[in-house]
Write a protein that binds this ligand. Structure first.
Ligand SMILES: Nc1nc2c(c(=O)[nH]1)N[C@H]1C(S)=C(S)[C@@H](COP(=O)(O)O)O[C@H]1N2
Ligand SMILES: [Mo]
Length: 333
């Protein structure tokens, strides 16, 4: 039998490009997804694509060995992709934790973003690897199918080993997150926001009406909900809050299609109006008043949505006629 690695070449490069771009895209989908089915699809696809990158390494190595000269930026690209993959495996199998203030997911996403820039440069500097019509021949598709089956088998085997070894991978959520105790999850900033100095006597404006925090706290009931942060952890806690449908009457909604929840810091998220019954303005976690880091005096609790939707330090909830889709899929602050 001929050595399959001798076929390493243009098709390997194209496959690697497709797989890397798809891995990047599914990573963002996995960040956006909060529901079990969408999360499972996104994280499984993302994991399979990551493994596919690893599986293509023997072929790509043959290509790199043939290269007359290696550019520093290309070697850097390799190093960063290795870091990205390694951080991904650490996140899945070792669980959540921080070293030097960084979690595995932060390293994973940070290196992926750098890698995309370098990959763009790499593609510009190297000879075009054009697709040809034969690339989709039945024989090629069969090869691709066998490759996919191999990657899928590897994925299942790793999941099995994780389970047998009692690794944190076995108990991760469909989103990939690992459990933390409700009393001890970290105060988390999405990107550049900062804990504000808010006075204890704050008011929250709901649909134009100022509402004292004390009134909100007095009216609060307990809602058990899972805060699932994209940095790799989740915590299930008892929050005390008031449902938005109790604060905004149905006849007030009028032509509004969305709710804009804005923090005193300017951080904001827009929700479809139909979500109002699934959103709470919360003053407490585990029976205790929120502390500054976790959003005091009032934060949003949005079960079923990833952590970045749980706006902290809420200043206002406003009705809006702009559709919820007309916002950046992720906060920029
Ligand atoms: N105003 C504001 N709200 C915010 C954030 C932020 O940076 N600013 N971070 C979000 C993210 S990414 C998460 S996971 C949760 C974290 O809540 P915690 O700090 O109570 O853990 O708050 C969300 N609410
Ligand atoms: Mo988060």
């Amino acid at each position: 039998m001929v050595n399959p690695l001798r076929r390493a070449g243009r098709r390997t490069n194209l496959a690697l490009l497709v797989v890397l771009v798809a891995a990047f895209a599914t990573g963002w989908l996995a960040f956006a997804a909060g529901q079990p089915i969408s999360s499972t699809l996104a994280t499984t696809a993302h994991g399979l694509l990551g493994l596919a990158v690893v599986a293509l390494v023997p072929w790509k190595t043959v290509i790199v060995r043939r290269a007359p000269a290696l550019r520093l930026a290309s070697l850097l690209l390799v190093a960063i992709i290795v870091i990205c993959l390694a951080a991904g495996f650490v996140e899945v199998f070792a669980g959540y934790g921080t070293r030097a203030g960084l979690s595995p997911i932060q390293v994973h996403v940070g290196s992926a973003v750098v890698a995309v820039g370098l990959l763009g440069w790499h593609l510009l500097r190297h000879r075009r690897q054009r697709p040809r019509r034969g690339d989709l021949s039945r024989r090629r598709l069969l090869t691709a199918g066998l490759f996919a089956i191999g990657v899928g088998t590897g994925y299942a085997a790793l999941e099995g080993v994780g389970r047998l070894a009692g690794s944190p991978s076995a108990s991760r959520l469909p989103t990939g997150s690992h459990r933390l105790d409700p009393g001890r999850f970290p105060a988390t900033i999405w990107l550049f926001d900062q804990v504000p100095a808010v006075a204890g006597t704050q008011q929250v404006t709901v649909a134009g009406r100022p509402l004292p925090v004390s009134a909100l706290d007095a009216q609060a009931t307990v809602v058990t909900a899972r805060l699932d942060c994209t940095s790799g952890w989740y915590a299930e806690a008892d929050w005390s809050g008031v449902r938005l449908t109790e604060l905004i009457a149905a006849d007030e909604v009028g032509a509004a299609t969305s709710l804009v929840v804005t923090s005193v810091t300017g951080y904001r998220r827009t929700f479809p109006i139909a979500d109002a019954g699934r959103l709470w303005l919360a003053t407490r976690c585990q029976g205790r008043l929120l502390d500054a880091g976790h959003g005091a005096p009032v934060r949003l609790v949005a079960p079923g949505r990833r952590g970045f939707w749980w706006v902290k330090w809420v200043a206002s909830v406003e009705l809006s006629e702009r559709p919820a889709l007309a916002q950046s899929p992720f906060p920029l602050q």
